[in-house]
Design a protein around this ligand. Structure first.
Ligand code: SF4
Length: 209
């Protein structure tokens, strides 16, 4: 079971396959030996293999795994999962809390639906733990998002992820919305405006075949 792995100068934590979306471009739809698109933002999966978890590691197992790593050599630790890391929000927060004691910079790559998944606003609990929040925007409106991402929450997911991002930004976390480079330039520009209106910036990710 691969719990953590290196990509570039970052250490990634893989803690769940579960997700509230079923994105059409998700690599979970294909080979189970590659990672989900939303968390791999650089298109380099050379360090990732066999990431599909037959069972989810518990917090103690994750921390034990991280203890084998030389954390100071990484620019950041990234919660990503093969699926949506914040389906296990409390466990992510517990692990992040331990990592923060080592002075590590922490990012989460998320679909931004944690508040829907958990039925509460979790952004206040993220303060001091997560430095960067990367949220998959993937569309210029709710209809477009749902057509591609097929959220369990329907079109409500789009406004929820924007609200989640805005709350993160308001609480001082660096908030980055992301889209895939399959969009038109016009739509990317619009998504940039949407990101800015919610306190974030936009990052255009490379699509992984
Ligand atoms: S949000 Fe990420 S993990 Fe979930 S289905 Fe979409 S690409 Fe896959």
């Amino acid at each position: 079971m691969i719990i953590s792995y290196e990509l570039g100068n970052s250490l990634y934590i893989n803690l769940t396959n579960r997700c509230s979306n079923a994105c059409e471009f998700c690599l979970r739809n294909g080979e189970k030996d590659l990672g989900a698109e939303h968390w791999n933002t650089d298109g380099d999966l050379s360090g990732a293999s066999a990431l599909w978890l037959e069972r989810e590691p518990d917090v103690d197992e994750i921390i034990a795994d991280l203890r084998t790593r030389e954390l100071s050599k990484y620019d950041e630790v990234v919660f990503c999962g093969f699926g949506e890391p914040f389906t296990r929000f409390d466990d992510c927060a517990a692990v992040a809390n331990r990592l923060k004691r080592c002075g590590v910079k922490i990012r989460v790559n998320t679909n931004g639906q944690a508040n829907l998944i958990h039925g509460r606003d979790v952004t206040g609990e993220m303060v001091g733990l997560f430095d960067v929040v990367s949220i998959s925007l993937n569309g210029k409106n709710a209809e477009e998002y749902q057509r591609v991402c097929h959220s369990d929450y329907g079109e409500a997911a789009y406004d929820a992820l924007l609200d989640f991002g805005q709350k993160c930004a308001e609480k001082g976390m660096k908030t980055v919305f992301t889209v895939v480079d399959l969009m038109s330039e016009e739509d990317i520009k619009l998504c940039g405006e949407i990101a800015a209106a919610h306190g974030g910036t936009l990052r255009v990710r490379k699509y992984i075949e």
